[in-house]
Design a protein around this ligand. Structure first.
Ligand code: SF4
Ligand code: ZN
Length: 352
């Protein structure tokens, strides 16, 4: 017997991963878009006149984000300006292909695109970094460099805000990882819908409550053009375990994702837990809780052929660098989501 749409009674073609509701395509679009509009308006993510750089990798999350921000901006008259901003990490066979997708998106959505690259910002591509350090810790370099690259790119295009495609699954994974690592400072920050308001540029996550499966479903039914190959340097075993654990939980109880986010939001932190104080890097002026920021430390290690410099939490060499900096040592350095989550849902997973 055909299943009917819970909202309009027409025949349903999908089961909403978040709620389990049977819906027709149009009602799913409506529910998905309305929820994101609610997240944006209730979280006061944008103000009229904002120039918003959308972190665009060509992957499903950022492609859907660019599409939906444009749509909601027009539908609800947010009065914001959108710019696509991509970071080219210099990964042959992966990022060069995904950037081709973003270049097409620029015409499909009629949005301006700016690409900044690790090579021009740091003098190193990820290909060259992996050649030097191998496939261990490469994501640490990449993550730290990308964070700054996005900020620098956003300043370049005169944006006053950055929007990223981090979804609910990404955030729940990060909560789990921070609990497992006992990283209290990050645990507090990782569930915030807007971060960095006091630092470089505010970053917001309009998909904070949006399930990855629904993003894939939306992209699939809207026939959006996105790139779905995984990075060739993606070992990230720790996040991978957190991810598969979360997927197992979701299978048993779909609300597990939102529940973990809510738990992260409500955890209170004891008064005597030492939180880092924010300052600026003495070399590149980027916000940092040390006198030399993580990117400059990593870069120094690369340039000196000591790639382990700066790897780890409270690394000895980081303290040495801090001390050298305070003592007036002026070693010159180059100027400076998603996360690359990939979903391998098949068509069968999307429809009845
Ligand atoms: Fe960079 Fe992501 Fe590839 Fe790691 S998996 S190297 S963080 S793009
Ligand atoms: Zn720095």
């Amino acid at each position: 017997m055909p299943v009917s749409c819970r909202m309009c009674g027409k025949s349903a073609i999908l089961k909403r991963p978040k709620t389990g509701d049977a819906l027709c395509k149009e009602c799913f679009f409506f529910a998905f878009e309305s929820e994101i509009n609610y997240t944006i308006t209730s979280g006061k993510l944008f103000n009229r006149g904002d120039r918003v750089a959308v972190g665009a990798s060509g992957g499903k999350d950022s492609t859907v984000l660019a599409y939906i921000l444009k749509l909601l901006n027009e539908r609800h008259d947010y009065g914001i300006e959108l710019i696509l901003l991509s970071v080219d990490e210099g990964i042959t066979g992966y990022r060069d292909d995904s950037l081709e997708t973003v270049k097409r998106n620029q015409y499909q959505y009629d949005l301006p695109l700016t690409i900044v690259s690790y090579e021009e910002l740091y003098g190193w591509t990820m290909d060259a970094i992996v050649k030097q350090i191998g496939l261990k810790n490469n994501c640490t370099f990449c993550g730290v460099f990308r964070r700054q690259a996005l900020d620098r790119g956003a300043l370049l295009v005169k944006a006053n805000k950055i929007a990223t495609g981090h979804n609910a699954d990404d955030i729940a994974e990060t909560v789990l990882m921070n609990v497992l690592r006992g990283d209290i400072a990050r645990l507090r920050r990782c569930t915030a819908i807007t971060t960095g308001a006091d630092g470089a540029l505010p970053r917001c996550k309009p998909f904070k409550y949006t399930y990855e499966k629904e993003i894939v479903m939306y992209a699939y039914f809207k026939k959006l053009d996105y790139f779905s190959t995984e990075c060739i340097y993606s070992p990230n075993a720790y996040r991978g375990h957190a991810r598969s654990y979360l997927k197992d939980l979701e299978r048993i109880r779909p609300s597990a994702i939102i529940d973990i986010i809510h738990s992260g939001e409500s955890l209170s932190i004891k008064k005597d837990v030492k939180m880092p104080t924010q300052g600026v890097c003495s070399r590149c002026n980027y916000i940092s809780s040390h006198s030399v920021c993580k990117a400059c430390t990593l870069l120094e290690g690369l340039n000196k052929g000591l790639p382990k410099l700066g790897i780890g939490k409270t690394h000895k060499s980081r303290r040495l660098l801090d001390a050298a900096e305070k003592a007036g040592d002026s070693v010159k350095t180059e100027t400076e989501n998603s996360s690359t989550s990939s979903s391998t849902m098949k068509k069968e997973d999307l429809t009845f």
